[in-house]
Design a protein around this ligand. Structure first.
Ligand code: ADE
Length: 260
C-alpha cells in the first residue's frame, strides 16, 4: 500500500560517530525527545527528513524505527553505517547495499525453520529496489568524483582505499559484534551468499515490512569480523565511514528531491 502522507525521509544511524558532520547540514531543525532518543526533524539538502541515533542492536533499532513511522510519519527509511565483511571478496572501505536482510540470531527451531521470523513466514526481507538503486548511484558518484577530496591521503593510504567496490547483496544482523573467523565461517556455511554482518539492519527490515514502509540499508566495511575487528574501528568511522555517509547522502538527497 503506497503511503498518502507527504514524502518524508527517516535517516537512522546506530552510533554517534556514523552521523558526524550531518547535523550542520540539517536546516529548520526541531528537536523532539521520545523514548530516550533525540529525533531531529528538518530539511537536509532540500529533503524533508527526521534524523535519529538509534543506538546499537536490534531492539534499539526496531524501537527507534517504530517511532519514526508511527510518531514522525516518515514515508521511507535509510540507515547508513558500518559492517564487518562476510565475504573474502570484500575489503575495508568497500560499500555494501543490502538487497535482503536476515536476523542471524533468530532461531525458533523446531517450531519454525531456523532464521524464520514467526508470523511473517520469511527469513529474508527485501529492501526497496528503488531506494537501494538511488543509494548505489549516489555511492558510485561519491567514490568516482569526491572520495579523494573528502578523505585525506593519509587515511586513504592507511585503509587502502583504492578501487573501492560497491556491491549489492545479503546482510545479516544479530546482537553480537563478530570478531571470530570461526563464528563467521559457521554463518557462511548456512548463508553462502552473505556479504556483511552488522547489528541493526534486519530489525529495521522487519519493522518496515510490518508497516509496509520502503527502506534501504547501506554499510561501509569497517573490518573483517576477525580478531582485529576492534582495532582502528572508531578511527575508521571518524575518518572514512562518516565522510562516505555525508557525501553519499548528499548525492542521494539531490536525487530524492527530484523524484519526490
Ligand atoms: N559492525 C561493524 N563491524 C561489525 C562486526 N564485525 N560485527 C557486527 N557488527 C559490526
Amino acid at each position: 500500500m503506497k503511503s498518502t502522507l507527504p514524502a518524508r525521509l527517516g535517516l537512522v544511524f546506530a552510533m554517534e560517530e556514523e552521523q558526524q558532520g550531518l547535523a550542520e547540514h540539517l536546516q529548520d531543525v526541531q528537536i523532539h525527545l521520545l523514548g530516550k532518543r533525540e529525533y531531529r526533524s528538518g530539511t537536509l539538502w532540500g529533503v524533508p527528513c527526521v534524523c535519529v541515533l538509534s543506538g546499537i542492536g536490534k531492539v534499539a533499532a526496531a524501537s527507534t524505527v517504530t517511532s519514526l513511522i508511527q510518531h514522525f510519519e516518515v514515508t521511507q527509511i535509510v540507515l547508513s553505517g558500518v559492517a564487518g565483511a562476510a565475504d573474502t571478496s570484500l575489503k575495508v572501505g568497500d560499500i555494501v547495499i543490502a538487497n535482503e536482510l536476515i536476523q542471524h540470531d533468530m532461531n525458533a527451531f523446531p517450531i519454525f525453520p531456523k532464521f524464520e521470523i514467526p508470523r511473517s513466514g520469511k527469513s529474508r526481507f527485501a529492501t526497496s529496489s528503488e531506494l537501494s538503486q538511488q543509494l548505489s548511484n549516489a555511492a558510485q558518484y561519491f567514490i568516482q568524483h569526491e572520495l579523494a577530496e573528502h578523505i585525506s591521503a593519509a587515511s586513504r593510504a592507511q585503509f587502502g582505499l583504492d578501487q573501492v567496490q560497491i556491491v549489492k547483496g545479503l546482510i545479516a544482523s544479530g546482537d553480537q559484534f563478530i570478531q571470530d573467523l570461526q563464528v563467521l565461517a559457521a554463518l557462511k556455511r548456512e548463508l553462502p551468499d552473505l556479504l556483511a554482518v552488522e547489528m541493526e539492519g534486519a530489525a529495521i527490515a522487519q519493522v518496515c515490512d510490518d508497516f509496509e514502509i520502503p527502506f534501504a540499508i547501506m554499510r561501509t566495511i569497517s573490518d573483517e569480523a576477525n580478531e582485529h575487528a576492534h582495532l582502528n574501528f572508531k578511527q575508521f568511522i571518524h575518518e572514512v565511514a562518516a565522510q562516505y555517509s555525508l557525501g553519499i547522502l548528499r548525492q542521494f538527497c539531490a536525487q530524492w528531491f527530484k523524484a519526490n
